[in-house]
Design a protein around this ligand. Structure first.
Ligand code: PGA
Length: 263
């Protein structure tokens, strides 16, 4: 059965004192719930954040990693290094990494393999640009991204993969996909998984929506049948907003999850 997940992507924000302050705040707002809550601070803060959150239900995850185990890759961090600071989950394929650091589906598939070989869980991001949507190519672009980076995997690998649909035009812009646009894409993704794998892979994988999710729009988006949570950028930097989004899942109408077989 798939899980509800809300992950906060802090991006390049918060030094150590700011990380400590935000984590204290997050602890104050956290309530036990069935939602898996994750935060992704920058690499320099992972160890400290993990220590501060030991024993809590908030998981510390990484924003990126390199595909190699070690070697001459100045400035990079490997899966085993992440594990050595207590991190077991990594975000891969964020659109900012694709746009500014030339991450391609090919390099991402190597990162995917390395993360899985190291027993890690992946939050795999993908999404179309505005011009793709305008040209009505959004579904084929998303299908290509998933196919190129993930479809070499066995069905069993999807136990350790969380998908995050993030339309690029909605990230940090204040513009969100409408709940119906999100639902349509999430349903399409599940159908794509049925066709490539089987119904249970499609039913069991969590698909998050990301792109300008805020306390004011979270409940409506999360109430959609195929939306299992969110990847949150800006609103994850404020503990009250972040937990308002987490709590929006519990109050959304599809909770607890019930699945309709995909036709
Ligand atoms: P945003 O970012 O919530 O600020 O739009 C989402 C993301 O980049 O994951």
């Amino acid at each position: 059965m798939r899980k509800h997940v809300v992950a906060g992507n802090w991006k390049m924000n918060n030094d150590i004192p700011q990380t400590e302050a935000l984590i204290q705040d997050l602890k104050r707002h956290a309530k036990t719930s069935e939602v898996e809550v994750m935060i992704a601070p920058s690499a320099t803060n992972l160890w400290h954040a993990s220590e501060l959150l030991k024993g809590s239900d908030i998981e510390v995850i990484a924003q990126n990693m390199h595909f190699a185990e070690n070697g001459a890759f100045t400035g990079e961090i490997s899966a085993s290094m992440l594990k050595s600071v207590g991190v077991k989950t990594v975000i891969l394929g964020h659109s900012e990494r694709r746009a500014y650091y030339n991450e391609t589906d090919k390099s991402l598939s190597k990162k995917v393999n390395s993360a899985l070989d190291n027993g890690m869980t992946i939050v795999f991001c993908f999404g179309e640009e505005l011009q793709d949507r305008k040209a009505d190519m959004h579904q084929s672009v998303v299908k290509d991204q998933i196919q190129s980076a993930l479809f070499h995997l066995d069905a069993s690998a999807f136990k350790n993969i969380i998908l995050a649909y993030e339309p690029v035009w909605a990230i940090g812009t204040g513009e969100t996909a409408s709940p119906d646009q999100a639902q349509e894409m999430h349903h399409f993704i599940r159908n794509t998984l049925v066709n490539q794998y089987n119904q249970s892979v499609a039913d069991d994988v969590s698909i998050l929506y990301g792109g300008s999710v805020k306390p004011s729009n979270a409940k409506e988006i999360f109430s959609k049948q195929d939306v299992d949570g969110g990847l949150i950028g800006g609103a994850a930097l404020n503990a009250e907003d972040f937990f308002a989004i987490v709590n929006a899942i519990s109050s959304a109408s599809n909770f607890p999850l019930e699945f309709n077989a995909i036709s």
